[in-house]
Ligand binder design. Structure first.
Ligand code: ATP
Ligand code: MG
Length: 562
């Protein structure tokens, strides 16, 4: 028993305690409440995996509730993108709901609160109100409008609603306590005048409810048992409960707000506001740019839904703020792709290699294993001929013993093929090698079982046959920021830390012809290079690949060297 207890996260423990105290299991219900003002990011994935994970664990419904009380920033495009991302992550919501569905109910409750003497209309500007707020150590000052009669308040609130007041001239405030040690309890604003069209309610409303007034009441309407939010709302809990108490009926389920730490990721910014800046200022190519920490960016980059779920699970749910290493996310996709991605050969930075003793015009099909990590993946054939491309970095005229690739006078194995020896080079006017001349050992074919084929040579390099290879564009991505915490600098803007080399485009790389059927989203291991997937920009005329992740964590190595 104690062992099971240990593996529960602290929120699950709270739920278990509620059940032990007699709460009905069938009353458990959760929600994920995004504001449709941007695309979801990997931080949201933590909250999604948490809430929908609890739903699965307790066989409880989970609502998708759009928290759409701010018409200035919200759009249908975001609603659609958020739904798509949650479905892609593999979760199913019980109901799709909108806070805006509750505007009438919230209004009616606000009228009740006015009648109870718990809310009043304030005619002051937001600046005046702010000046009266006081400080944590100094009490606030009551508004001169705080003790208006109920009738006057009702009349004014009605006028706010019908659009008779301009923006910024009147607000409805809860009448709580201007001396509360919790600043949020100092007569918080419940409604403001806002003459903006809403993406769902259109021009119906001239006033919009504030987050604190909306969120708990929406939970109450939907009968959410546990309303889980991030730590910055901890101080709001007192207000959440105060608002609930104004409308709560003893016979109903009473929602409970509990807080957990936000997911922060190193080398990333995660606020939607900042991500929107990157999009609007053209610093990335849209919300789904493969360098973005958005779910849509990660998907386009080649991340799988299961790798994101596994990452969320491993990173866990914490009580205190912390930063998760980006390398952990990369580790999860690398581990998964190692198991499932077919191996292929691609040459990104080519130099020509001629096998002078291989007959001109001859071609043969070599057998290659699709994935040594997966027995069922089978084999494919790769065409071989006299003229090949290999990577420039895989050849040196001279090199020391540690260089296990091709050098003059020495042997190397061509992956899935023969052992070759480099004999001479042709250079251009700049002294750059443009052609390497080799000879091959015809008895050394991989897997042929001959003595020559078993001969051990130190290095194996990948290649493609020039006449058979397909051209492809390859986009090499690196971290979008060079700083571990780009938005933690007080005196510098986070955009100053953008990695200038976060995208390197190779216009003309060469890939083996089996990739002719590769389709959007498919992932491959380009042997010795990394994991790549087919980008949405790919067409029949031109293949485009994204590097999802390198084979090894090069940043970890750099950190060690420091
Ligand atoms: P941002 O600051 O990125 O704009 P937000 O909190 O304003 O995020 P919402 O759309 O309000 O975004 O978030 C929906 C839900 O996701 C909320 O319950 C919120 O607490 C949670 N959430 C947002 N960001 C994170 C994060 N980094 N880690 C964990 N949960 C998060
Ligand atoms: Mg928010």
């Amino acid at each position: 028993m104690s062992e099971i207890k240990k593996s529960l996260n602290f929120l699950e423990q709270i739920i278990e305690e509620d059940l032990a105290k007699g709460m009905d299991r069938s009353a458990l219900k959760f929600r994920f409440p995004p504001e449709p003002n941007g695309y979801l990011h990997i931080g949201h994935a933590a909250s999604i995996c948490l809430n929908f994970g609890l739903g699965l664990k307790y066989d409880a419904p989970v609502n998708l509730r759009f928290d759409d009380t701010n018409p200035e920033k919200e759009e249908q495009e975001y609603v659609d993108a958020i739904k798509k991302d949650i479905e892609w992550l593999g979760f199913k919501w019980a109901d799709v709901l909108f806070s805006s569905d509750y505007f009438q109910q919230l209004y009616d409750w606000a009228v009740v609160m006015i009648k109870q003497g718990n809310a009043y209309v304030d005619d002051q500007t937001s600046q005046q109100i702010a000046e009266q707020k006081g400080t944590p150590t100094q009490e606030g000052t009551n508004s001169p409008f705080r003790d208006r009669s109920v009738d006057e308040n009702l009349a004014l609130f009605e006028k706010m609603k019908s659009g008779e007041f301009e923006e910024g001239t009147h607000v409805l405030r809860a009448k709580i306590d201007m001396s509360s040690p919790n600043m949020l309890m100092r007569d918080p604003v419940m409604y403001r005048v806002l003459k903006r069209a809403h993406h769902r309610t259109g021009e119906d409303w001239k006033i919009y409810p504030m987050y604190d007034w909306t969120h708990g009441e929406s939970d109450y309407i939907e009968k959410i048992s546990h309303s889980l939010c991030t730590l910055e709302f901890k101080n709001h809990r007192e207000l959440y409960d105060w608002f609930l108490d104004r409308v709560y009926d003893q016979n109903d389920l009473r929602p409970k707000q509990r807080e957990f730490a936000r997911r922060n990721l190193s080398y990333t910014v995660m606020s939607k506001r900042k991500l929107l800046q990157l999009v609007q200022e053209g610093l990335v190519n849209g919300w789904d740019d493969p360098r973005m920490p958005t779910i849509s960016g990660l998907r386009r980059r080649g991340y799988t839904a299961s790798s994101i779920r596994d990452f969320s699970e491993t990173a866990g749910i914490a009580k205190r703020d912390n930063v998760t290493d980006l390398a952990l996310l990369e580790f999860h996709i690398r581990t998964e792709l190692n198991k499932i991605a077919p191996r292929v050969m691609a040459v990104l930075n080519p130099v020509k290699l001629v096998i002078t003793n291989y007959p001109e015009g001859k071609e043969e099909m070599l057998t290659a294993e699709n994935n040594p990590e997966d027995e069922d993946a089978g084999f494919r054939t790769v065409p071989f001929s006299r003229e090949l491309y290999i990577e420039k970095e895989d050849f040196r005229e001279q090199a020391n013993k540690k260089f296990f690739r091709l050098k003059l006078g020495k042997e190397v194995r061509l992956k899935n093929g023969y052992i070759i020896q480099a004999n001479s080079v042709i250079k251009d006017d700049n002294d750059e090698v443009i052609e390497i001349h080799c000879t091959y050992d015809p008895d050394s074919k991989s897997g042929s079982g001959t003595e020559a084929s078993m001969r051990k040579v130190k290095g194996t390099i990948h290649w493609v046959s020039i006449q058979h290879a397909l051209e492809a564009e390859v986009r090499l991505y690196d971290r979008l920021f060079i700083d571990e915490a780009p938005d933690a600098h007080k005196d510098k803007d986070f955009k100053e830390f953008i990695n200038p080399d976060s995208l390197k485009v190779i216009e003309k790389a060469y890939v083996e012809p089996s990739l002719v059927t590769a389709s959007e989203g498919e992932s491959f291991q380009f042997q010795r290079l990394g994991y790549f997937n087919v980008d949405a920009d790919s067409s029949n005329d031109k293949l485009v690949f994204n590097r999802t992740v390198a084979l090894r964590d090069s940043w970890a190595k750099m950190e060690q060297k420091k």
